[in-house]
Design a binder for this molecule. Structure first.
Ligand code: SAM
Ligand code: SF4
Length: 328
């Protein structure tokens, strides 16, 4: 098995793939009410094009793949696609990030198709707050989907929670309490400067505040870092079934640990969430290029992967694409 390194000697083994820019929610921090201008269907990578890329890149050292979007479950044929992905030699970890709206029906077929684990984005357990954030009345569908994931044995089931100052900080306790009763991994991810334009430092609710709040419920027992599982700092409340993690892209730099690259729905290879530098692979894929060219493009992209984000610098500019386009 080859090991892929960037120019700062970080091992790159993780590819996040956005399969669509479409979505059935309109989270305030990600998309405007009216949605975003959609990419033409013919400009979205076809499944067979994505599968080819994954086959080639798996030979170079990519062994972990996450499917995201937009909302991946709104794309037709997603279950068959997962079946094919899971059969690619070398891919030992296959996961998905979804808003969970359609999971009640999809959890079981996804599990059968070879999906190992799942992250569900949920920023409120209060249905009204959920509606305020997502502009859709779908909390109960998401909750049913979460239960179904537990039932069918997708494991772990992680909830990705973004707390925004002045919006949903009241939800912190309820999310922490969920881990007492359910085998859920709740992960608080700080609000990041991508997507809708209203991001500013004041809206970031630091994870250190969340941790202090949760400690009012009980002692947070530290858990060891999960090998190959990215930058979450993990804890558990005493006697809980689940765990609580903190991902702090804003309050602490973890760029030196970054092991990931992204493939956008329209076929661009992107090496950093917060840099708009991308390589468009579509022309090569569609002009009959050989696998060597795809390898060359990957290595070229890694040559340019930035050392770290510049969010705290005065000259920092929010990225042009929304998270739904990049594949958050
Ligand atoms: N639609 C799917 C979902 O919501 O899980 C997958 C795509 S969504 C863009 C992926 C993740 O990005 C979600 O967990 C969402 O909360 C997160 N996200 C979007 N915009 C964000 C922002 N500005 N800061 C932090 N997380 C963000
Ligand atoms: Fe859709 Fe996910 Fe963006 Fe919410 S965060 S609007 S669910 S893509």
């Amino acid at each position: 098995m080859k090991i892929l390194k960037d120019r700062y000697q970080r091992t790159i083994n993780y590819l996040r793939i956005s399969v669509t820019d479409r979505c059935n929610l309109r989270c305030q921090y990600c998309m405007p009410e009216e949605g975003i201008p959609l990419i033409d269907h013919e400009d979205i990578l076809r499944y067979e094009e994505i599968l080819r890329l994954v086959r080639v890149y798996a030979q170079e050292g990519i062994n972990k793949v996450r499917i995201t979007g937009g909302e991946p479950l709104v794309r037709k044929g997603i279950v068959n696609f997962i079946t094919e992905l899971s059969a690619i030699p070398g891919i030992r970890d296959l996961s998905m990030t979804t808003n969970g709206v359609l999971l009640k029906d999809f959890a079981r077929p996804l599990k059968v198709a070879g999906l190992k684990r799942i992250n569900i984005s949920l920023d409120a357990v209060d249905p009204e707050t959920f509606f305020r954030i997502t502009r859709r009345n779908k909390f109960h569908d998401v909750w049913a989907g979460i239960q179904e994931c537990i039932t069918v044995g997708l494991s772990p089931v992680k909830l990705n929670v973004v707390i925004i100052n002045g919006t949903n900080e009241k939800e912190v306790f309820d999310f922490a309490r969920l881990t007492l009763d359910f085998p859920l991994v709740v992960r608080f991810i700080e609000y990041m400067p991508a997507g809708e334009s209203r991001w500013n430092h004041e809206l970031v609710y630091p994870n250190s505040h969340i941790k202090e709040q949760i400690q009012e419920l009980g002692t947070l027992i530290p858990l060891p870092d999960e090998k190959n599982d990215g930058p979450a700092v993990r804890y558990q409340l005493k006697n809980s079934l689940g765990e609580i993690g903190f991902i702090n892209p804003i309050s602490s730099h973890f760029c030196h640990l970054c092991n990931r690259i992204r493939l956008t729905a329209d076929g661009h290879l992107r090496t950093c969430l917060f840099h708009d530098d991308e390589i468009d692979l579509k022309p090569f894929l569609r002009n009959g290029c050989d696998d060597e060219k795809l390898r060359e493009k990957l290595l070229h992209a890694l040559e340019k992967k930035p050392k770290q984000h510049q969010i705290h610098e005065a000259h920092f500019k929010k990225c042009q694409r929304t998270m739904s386009l990049i594949g958050g």
